[in-house]
Design a protein around this ligand. Sequence first.
Ligand code: ZN
Length: 241
Amino acid sequence: MSRQISSLLAIAAVCVTIAPAPAFAQTSPKKAPVDCSAVKCIALTFDDGPGQYAGTLLDTLKKYDAKATFFLEGQYAKSRPQYVKRMVAEGHELGNHSYRHPDFTKSSEATIKAEIQQTQDAVKKAAGVEPKLLRPPYGMTDVRVSEIAEQFGMPQILWTAGSEDWASKNVEAIQKQTLAVAKPNAIILMHDWVKQTVDGMPSLIKTLQHKGYHLVTVSDVIKEEKLEPGDAFPLPQGWEQ
Ligand SMILES: [Zn+2]
């Protein structure tokens, strides 16, 4: 061992000895990832944002040490970059959900590529990172969209179930529906522009955590799937295995 390293270790040992114990656990984005093959995981995903209630949602997620995945629209990453920055700083995952939310299966190849690229650029400008996951608007995809996703190096992440928050806009209904479809490694569709979703989040998170769920990112729950760029997960109905 070099002398430099041993003296650094000595300093580290002293620091550990004299550092006061933290009064409460700190949330750290650098924390080791949860092993979803060993514990119950669930991935809450928020589409179309950053929505106008993203700040409140981020406060709640931080309070309960919960992680989420945000499938952002480029136009809102551009207009609300402060939230995008916070999402990354606080350990959440970002996905690309197009720039203006057109149905990709009804869009030209040039439009799809521009929608994806402009969103990558807007997120990078806001937070210095580029999304590695794509969620096509409305979850609508086909062979052509998949090929473009492959060119961008991104798997397409759909959802195992929805909270139906955009339809009910009711705190109790959103919680009831989400708990009804919650299962290990579920990917749940929600929206941070729905006020009732954000209002009900503290009690929903508490209930999920009480049931033993770790609230993690999409990448945590899909780790075992070994998805390739262009793959869609879960497979849309009617698609071959
Ligand atoms: Zn959407």
